[in-house]
Design a protein around this ligand. Structure first.
Ligand SMILES: Nc1ncnc2c1ncn2[C@@H]1O[C@H](COP(=O)(O)OP(=O)(O)OP(=O)(O)O)[C@@H](O)[C@H]1O
Length: 564
């Protein structure tokens, strides 16, 4: 049975509760029940049988539209075939799932699946967040959904900085949020891809984030779950904040004038509600100490998250990282974090002023107007024109390389002959790597002989799935500003393994594909570009050129000469 099917037992208490709760959600959302089409209500379908599966298809195949569940199983291209032409544009408030063609899944959350969808009347693309009512009821997330809708409505007239809610509707089983489609997805993969952002890039996105926070906070909205996964990028690479499921909405005056107070929501909450509100919100690595300690809702929690995100954009990793949530929380409460070498001074100063345990002392909290003047004026933002930043084209995302510009030229100094060195632990296993032919034309007997020798003599043989190692050497593998020493192993696969040489543990593999490219930046640094990530490697013995040459030869030997 599909996960999107509700089982309703006639006359059972459980089903009554389910239906009542579904109606509660309906009321919560303030969406009138649209009984368009032939969709049966759960009750009518359920009657007559002791147990019946009620399936409410959101649209019919005849109409050229399918349910999200079905579409999920199909390739996106097929799902997004040209929409049927319709001459009438229906009343926006009466929209149903049948007004959209559902395509690929573009995101998954705790209580929703987000689909790319096309409006069949206009051909415009949207992101439709689909929440299963049964799941929301079970997880008691009705209040979250209500607040998400409320916050998105409050922000719908803000032209930039947020995903925009166009409309909501529902059917028997699901709730639908029709949102603007942030074509370039989440910010996180961009940070992971390049390791860390060049300073101008980090500064630009931090400025866009500050502007968005100003808008949100001036309306009394505290996000409480800001993180690079909830910051999306539109088709022009401008930032859009998403996922308002954990927001707190307060009186805008209160939020501004008494930031240090333990602000209570002005709605009359019952004890049960209050206890439910006490449950942890947010994501471990970005949650503020006051939310952890006292569940205090202040805009300063979003400023704490801003500090964490700026730190992460520049260094590559969030400041508080533990092996589990509990230890991460401990680090947050003790303000236990440090800056890696190369973290620029102005950025460090700003992060230190945002990551302050006492939220009343955080930079920006004293600002009473609608703008965070003290943050805007911080030297980190020198050069940012706050009036035009949203109109500018965002800078291209390049990695931050401390101590040298990304475009730094390299030239071969006379005294340094790039090549092999014993002290670098480089061994080429007798291959002629001056031509790729040497690697590929090896006979089966020869391969066996060399593999046997490798198994006997090379302690890294255990990590390479029985493949022949072509080249190995110690490198510093960087993620942003954090470096770890690894033994890099290039095999005939071709594959690129990396091993922790101290604990002798295989740490991972750089995925090979025809798209893999290697680029030496200078004698020490070489980058391995893969579709999802650029691996930043530093050879302490300055044989980066050699690595680049060998990897490239293996690539050409395997996939052929680059014709692009
Ligand atoms: N408007 C949008 N455009 C593009 N992608 C989106 C959009 N909205 C959501 N997504 C994608 O779907 C994912 C899940 O969405 P969202 O965070 O709103 O769901 P959720 O159920 O509230 O998740 P969470 O578990 O974080 O609470 C996002 O992280 C993002 O990758």
């Amino acid at each position: 049975m599909s996960g999107l099917t509700i089982r309703v037992k006639r006359g059972s208490r459980g089903s009554d509760t389910l239906l009542e709760a579904a109606n509660r959600i309906l009321r919560l959302l303030g969406v009138s029940s649209t009984k368009r089409g032939k969709q049966p209500s759960p009750k009518s379908k359920a009657s007559g049988k002791a147990t019946s599966a009620v399936r409410a298809p959101i649209a019919t195949a005849e109409a050229g539209i399918e349910s999200p569940a079905k579409m999920q199983a199909r390739p996106a291209a097929a799902a997004l075939s040209p929409p049927p032409v319709s001459t009438t544009i229906p009343n926006k408030s009466k929209r149903t799932a049948q007004d959209y063609i559902f395509g690929k899944v573009i995101g998954d959350g705790c209580y929703s699946t987000v689909f790319l969808a096309k409006d069949i009347h206009t051909g415009k693309e949207y992101a439709i967040k689909v929440c299963e009512k049964r799941h929301i009821i079970k997880e008691k997330k009705g209040e979250y959904i209500k607040r998400e809708k409320e916050a998105l409505n409050m922000l719908s007239n803000v032209p930039k900085g947020f995903v925009r809610l166009y409309c909501t509707f529902q059917d028997a089983e699901r709730l639908y949020f029709v949102l603007s489609y942030a074509k370039n997805g989440e910010l996180l993969p961009y940070i992971n891809k390049v390791g860390s952002f060049e300073l101008d890039v980090a500064k630009y996105y931090a400025a866009e984030l500050v502007l968005a926070l100003e808008k949100m906070h001036s309306k009394g909205i505290i996000h409480r779950d800001l993180k690079p996964e909830n910051i999306l990028l539109d088709e022009n690479m401008h930032l859009q904040i998403a996922d308002f499921g954990t927001v707190k909405i307060l009186d805008p005056e209160v939020i501004r004038t008494i930031p240090e107070a333990n602000i209570e929501d002005n709605s009359q909450s019952t004890e049960r509600e209050r206890r439910r509100n006490m449950s942890f919100v947010g994501t471990a690595q970005y949650v503020s100490p006051e939310l952890l300690r006292h569940r205090e809702d202040t805009r300063a929690s979003d400023l704490w998250a801003l500090g964490c995100i700026i730190y992460q954009m520049i260094s590559g990793l969030p400041p508080f990282r533990g092996p589990n949530e509990f230890l991460t929380f401990q680090k947050i409460l003790k303000l236990d974090y440090e800056f890696p070498e190369g973290f620029p001074a102005d950025a460090k100063d700003l992060v230190e002023k945002l990551l302050i345990l006492d939220h009343t002392k955080r930079l920006g909290v004293e600002d009473k107007g609608e703008t965070y003047e003290s943050i805007r004026k911080h030297p980190f933002f020198n050069g940012i024109d706050w009036d035009t930043v949203l109109e500018q084209s965002p800078p291209t995302i390049n990695p931050y390389l401390p101590g040298g510009s990304f475009e730094e030229e390299y030239t071969v100094p006379d005294h340094l002959e790039p090549g092999l060195g014993n002290n670098q632990l480089v061994r080429l296993w007798e291959f002629d790597l001056s031509t790729s032919k040497g690697i590929l034309s090896i006979s089966p007997e020869e391969r066996r002989r060399r593999l046997e020798a490798q198994a006997r003599e090379n302690k890294y043989h255990q990590f390479v799935d029985g493949e022949l190692i072509l080249k190995q050497g110690l490198v510093d593998k960087r993620k942003g500003l954090f470096a770890r020493r690894r033994m890099l192993l290039l095999t005939t696969g071709p594959r690129l393994f990396y091993v922790d040489p101290v604990n002798m543990v295989l740490k991972g593999e750089i995925p090979w594909s025809p798209e893999l490219r290697v680029e030496a930046k200078n004698f020490r640094i070489f980058l391995v570009h893969t579709p999802n990530r650029t691996y930043y490697l530093e050879d302490p013995e300055s044989y980066a050129l050699e690595w680049a040459r060998v990897i490239d030869e293996v690539r050409i030997g395997t996939y052929g000469q680059d014709t692009t």
